[in-house]
Design a protein around this ligand. Structure first.
Ligand code: GDP
Ligand code: K
Length: 279
C-alpha cells in the first residue's frame, strides 16, 4: 500500500486518545520519545489503499519551549515531518484550542482540524461557521465525535487529500502588527540561506527569536547570520517599546489572541443563555 504518516496534536482532554483509539484500534504500540519519559503512542490503519501511520503527540496548549510536552511536540513536527498534522480541537472550548492552531499556522506545516466533540457542540446549541473558519485558518476543518465515532471517514478522506497535495484551501498566514512584521521578514530573509536550518521554516524561526525562545536562540546563535539577525532584533525591541510600550514577545502573544478573538467573533455563535428557574 501507499504510505502516509499523520500526527495528532491538541490540548489535553480534547479527545486525542479517543480519536487515536477509534482510528487505530488494535494496531498500537507504546514507546517513549527520545530522551524523555513522555510516552509515545503509535499505531496504524489501512484505508482506501493507504497504510496510515498515526502518532499521538502529547497534549499541549501551546508550542513554547517551557514544558517537555511542548518541546517533544514541536521537535517531532520539525524533525519527523509527518505528512499531515491533525489538530484536534475541543469544539466546546474552541477559543482556547485555537492558540495551538495559530502556532501550527506559523510553522506552516500541512495540517487540518478535527473539530471534535461535535455532539457536545450541538447539544449546547453552539454554532460554528466552519466554512469561514477554514478560510481564516487556511486549513480543512472536519467535524468529528471521537466518542460517537462520527466524521472519522471524512477525516481520513481529508488526510489523504492533504497528504497527497490535493488541497483546495490556501494556507493562511497570521500577520503581526507593524513594527513586528518588518523585523520578522528581515530576520527570516537572513536565516533562509543557512543550510543548517534547512529543516526549519525561516519565518517561524524569526517569530521565535522575537519571542526570546531559548531553544531557537541556542540554534541560531551558532549560525553565521546571527550577527546580523541580532542587530535587527535589537532594533525590533527598541521599536516595540517606543511604539507600544511592550516587548515583542508580549506583542506577538497579543496578536495571536486578537486573531483568535476575531475568528471567534466571525465564526462562532455561543448559545443564548437559557432561563433557569430560580426558586
Ligand atoms: P485526550 O486527553 O486528548 O487524550 O482526551 P481523551 O481522549 O482522554 O478524552 C477526554 C474526555 O473527553 C474523555 O472523557 C472522553 O470520553 C471525552 N471525549 C472524547 N471525544 C469526545 C467526543 O467527541 N464527544 C464527547 N462528548 N466527549 C468526548
Ligand atoms: K467531556
Amino acid at each position: 500500500p501507499k504510505e502516509l504518516s499523520i500526527a495528532l496534536t491538541g490540548n489535553p482532554n480534547c479527545g486525542k486518545s479517543s480519536l487515536f483509539n477509534a482510528l487505530t484500534g488494535a494496531h498500537q504500540k507504546v514507546g517513549n520519545f527520545p530522551g524523555v519519559t513522555i510516552e509515545k503512542y503509535e499505531g496504524y490503519l489501512d484505508y482506501r489503499g493507504y497504510r496510515i501511520k498515526v502518532v499521538d503527540l502529547p497534549g499541549t496548549y501551546s508550542l513554547t519551549p517551557y514544558s517537555p510536552e511542548e518541546i517533544v511536540t514541536r521537535q517531532y513536527l520539525i524533525e519527523q515531518r509527518p505528512d499531515v498534522v491533525v489538530n484536534v480541537i475541543e469544539g466546546p472550548n474552541i477559543e482556547r484550542s485555537l492558540l495551538l492552531t495559530t502556532q501550527l499556522m506559523e510553522m506552516e506545516v500541512d495540517f487540518l482540524v478535527a473539530l471534535n466533540m461535535m455532539d457536545e457542540v450541538e447539544e449546547r446549541g453552539m454554532k460554528i461557521d466552519t466554512r469561514q473558519l477554514q478560510k481564516l485558518l487556511g486549513c480543512h476543518i472536519v467535524p468529528t465525535s471521537a466518542k460517537k465515532r462520527t466524521g472519522l471517514e471524512l477525516l481520513l478522506d481529508h488526510v489523504i487529500r492533504v497528504g497527497t497535495g490535493d488541497i483546495a484551501i490556501q494556507k493562511n498566514k497570521l500577520f503581526f502588527r507593524p513594527g513586528l512584521e518588518e523585523p520578522i521578514n528581515e530576520i527570516s530573509e537572513l536565516l533562509a540561506p543557512e543550510l543548517e536550518l534547512a529543516a526549519y521554516n525561516s519565518r517561524w524561526l524569526a517569530i521565535k527569536l522575537l519571542e526570546s525562545d531559548r531553544e531557537v536562540y541556542r540554534e541560531i546563535q551558532r549560525q553565521p547570520a546571527w550577527v546580523k539577525a541580532e542587530v535587527v532584533m535589537q532594533g525590533a525591541l527598541k521599536d516595540a517599546r517606543r511604539l507600544y510600550g511592550s516587548d515583542p514577545e508580549e506583542l506577538i502573544s497579543e496578536d495571536r489572541h486578537s486573531f483568535i478573538r476575531g475568528a471567534m467573533k466571525e465564526c462562532v455563535e455561543m448559545p443564548t443563555e437559557k432561563r433557569t428557574s430560580l426558586t
